[in-house]
Design a protein around this ligand. Structure first.
Ligand SMILES: [Zn+2]
Length: 273
C-alpha cells in the first residue's frame, strides 16, 4: 500500500530530466507549470458568475474542480507516484463528467431520459463506477477520458453545424471564432503531449524537454475557451431571455484574453417576456 505513494511508483515518466533542479521535486518544470491552474481558475470562477447565477450555481463546480486538477497535477509531477497519477486522472474525469451533466444539449438526450436531473444522475453513476474500476484497472480511466473527450468534440461539431447558415450574424461569427480558437488550442496542446510522450529522444537531443509543461498551460487555456463556448451555446437555448453575448476579459478588443458570457438582459426585460 505504502508503495503507491513512493516516488516514481507510477509507470509513466515524462521527457523532462528527473531531479534536475531539486532533490525533492522529480520534474521541476512540469510541477511549476501547473501553477497556471491556480491563476486561470479563480478568474474563470469570477467571469462565469453572472451566467452561473442565472443558470445554475453548480456551474462553478467545473472551475473549482480545476483547482484540484492543478493540485493533483503538481503532486503527481513532484513525486511521479502512482497515487499522484490516479488523483490527477480521476480529477480530470470528474471535470469532464460535470461538464457533461451541466451542458450536454437536452435535444440529444437518449430517448429514455426525460430531464436534466435524470441525465445528471446517470452521468454521476457512470463516473462513480469508472472511478472505482480505475483502482482495479488503472487503464479504465484513460479509456473513459478519451471516450468522453471524443464524444464532446463530436457533439460540439454537430452543434456548430447548426450555426453555419447564420454566418451573417455578428454573434454567430463570434461563436465560430471561439470554436476555432478552442479546437486550435486543444490540437496544439495534444500535439505537445504526444510529442513529449513519443518523441522524447528527439527533444532531448535539442535540449528542450519542456513540452509536457507547455501542455499544462495550453490545456488550461483551451479548457477556458471550450467551457465558455459550450456554456454560451447552452445559455442561448436555456436562458435566451438574459441575452447572452461573448466577450473577452480583460478587454474585448485584445487579441489575447479569456472569453466569458456577458448577460445583457435585465430583471425588467425578463418580466416583460
Ligand atoms: Zn502533467
Amino acid at each position: 500500500m505504502a508503495g503507491m505513494f513512493a516516488y516514481e511508483s507510477s509507470e509513466v515518466d515524462w521527457c523532462e530530466d528527473n531531479y534536475k533542479h531539486s532533490e525533492n521535486v522529480v520534474e521541476y518544470f512540469n510541477t511549476m507549470s501547473s501553477f497556471v491552474f491556480f491563476v486561470v481558475s479563480p478568474i474563470m470562477l469570477y467571469l462565469f458568475h453572472p451566467y452561473a447565477r442565472e443558470r445554475n450555481l453548480a456551474v462553478h463546480l467545473v472551475w473549482l474542480l480545476m483547482i484540484f486538477v492543478g493540485l493533483f497535477s503538481m503532486y503527481f509531477h513532484m513525486t511521479l507516484s502512482y497515487v499522484g497519477q490516479m488523483l490527477d486522472e480521476i480529477s480530470i474525469l470528474w471535470v469532464l463528467a460535470i461538464g457533461y451533466a451541466l451542458w450536454f444539449p437536452r435535444r440529444h438526450f437518449p430517448f429514455f431520459v426525460k430531464d436534466r436531473t435524470t441525465f445528471s444522475r446517470m452521468v454521476l453513476a457512470i463516473t462513480v463506477v469508472t472511478t472505482l474500476s480505475s483502482f482495479i484497472r488503472p487503464t479504465a480511466n484513460a479509456y473513459a477520458l478519451n471516450c468522453f473527450a471524443l464524444h464532446i468534440l463530436y457533439s460540439l461539431g454537430l452543434e456548430m453545424r447548426r450555426y453555419a447558415p447564420l454566418t451573417w450574424a455578428a454573434r454567430t461569427r463570434r461563436a465560430l471564432r471561439l470554436a476555432q480558437a478552442s479546437v486550435g488550442l486543444w490540437v496544439l496542446a495534444i500535439s505537445c503531449w504526444i510529442s513529449d510522450r513519443f518523441g522524447c529522444s528527439v527533444w532531448q537531443k535539442l535540449n528542450f524537454c519542456y513540452l509536457h509543461g507547455i501542455w499544462h498551460i495550453l490545456i488550461v487555456v483551451a479548457t477556458a475557451y471550450g467551457s465558455t463556448l459550450v456554456a454560451y451555446l447552452d445559455a442561448s437555448y436555456e436562458i435566451p431571455h438574459s441575452l447572452p453575448s461573448l466577450q473577452y476579459w480583460p478587454r474585448d478588443d485584445w487579441a489575447l484574453g479569456l472569453p466569458y458570457i456577458a448577460l445583457r438582459g435585465t430583471a425588467k426585460t425578463r418580466k416583460g417576456c
